[in-house]
Write a protein that binds this ligand. Structure first.
Ligand code: FES
Ligand SMILES: [Fe+2]
Length: 283
């Protein structure tokens, strides 16, 4: 499938196949297709919504045939249903079935958790297509994603190596990049702490893992993130009914979010009323 934003801003999800002889239309995983799609086999062109734009020699070569702009079979086929939740686009190839919100059920909290960490209430994925191909039964893959007990064992050597580099960087610069913190946790956080993770299962086979940032609650990066994250129940445009529980950034290096807290001595920038610490976030 190919997902493309049209000039009108609308997202279209199309089968990545030419309706003529079935060639793949887009070979790249991401990018800008320009004004229209053009098939590399016989140069049929298509608008971003999949509708046929032109066939070379359409008038002379195809006159009297069923090929033409009036025939929907000449369009790139669209996914039967497309919906988005907080900017995450889902497509279904089935014309019937539960709607997206019904399908996600309570597990939509996983997307809320990602988006609500941003003061703007939304996130942007940059810059590339991230794709995982797992050659196994999909249930094995999911099971591993939710297994919080194995990292301090299976990934311990990674954690140790990261910790060594982490200490060198700290010695040189006085601070450690978050990317190293995330890896060194495999060695520095003991298995009983990993056991604090929570796997939450929801109807429909959806599940999430919570508590990743809580692994290193005293870590400056964790403190900074927690201090800047609105409460899980907070939503864009809605005012908090209770005052923020803290307006002081607990990070030793100050907030690093785009809107810094109002009364924090270290940040002292623009006001952000949703400022409140939070311990457990999913990861
Ligand atoms: S297969 Fe695409 S134009 Fe012929
Ligand atoms: Fe793992």
């Amino acid at each position: 499938m190919v997902m493309v934003r049209g000039k009108d801003g609308k997202v279209n999800v199309l089968y990545n196949r030419c309706p003529h002889r079935g060639s793949m239309i887009c070979g790249d995983r991401s990018g800008n297709t320009g004004e229209f799609f053009r098939c590399s086999y016989h140069s049929w062109t298509f608008h971003h919504d999949g509708k046929l734009k032109n066939i070379p020699m359409m008038e002379s070569g195809y006159e009297g045939t069923r090929w033409g702009r009036d025939n929907p079979d000449c369009n790139m086929k669209r996914a039967a249903r497309v919906e988005n939740y907080r900017g995450f686009v889902f497509a279904s190839l089935a014309a019937d079935g539960p709607g997206l919100l019904e399908f996600l059920g309570r597990s939509k909290v996983a997307f809320d958790d990602i988006c609500d960490r941003s003061p703007e209430g939304k996130v942007e994925v940059v810059p590339n297509c991230f794709r995982v191909i797992q050659r196994s039964n999909w249930k094995i893959f999911l099971e591993n994603q939710l297994d919080a007990l194995h990292p301090s064992v299976t990934h311990q050597s990674t954690g140790r190596a990261a910790r060594e580099v982490e200490l060198q960087i700290e010695k040189k610069t006085g601070k450690i990049p978050l990317s190293y913190h995330m890896l060194s946790a495999f060695a520095t956080v003991t298995i009983d702490k990993w056991d604090n993770f929570q796997t939450l299962n929801y109807p429909g086979g959806h599940c999430i893992l919570t508590g990743y940032m809580g692994l290193r609650p005293q870590d400056p990066d964790t403190s900074s993130t927690s201090a800047c994250s609105p409460r899980p129940t907070a939503r864009r445009g809605r005012k908090q009914s209770s005052p923020p529980t803290s307006t002081t950034c607990s990070s030793t290096r100050g907030c690093r979010c785009s809107r810094r807290c109002s009364s924090c001595a270290r940040c002292a920038r623009s006001a952000w009323t949703r400022h409140s610490p939070r311990s457990g976030t999913s990861g």
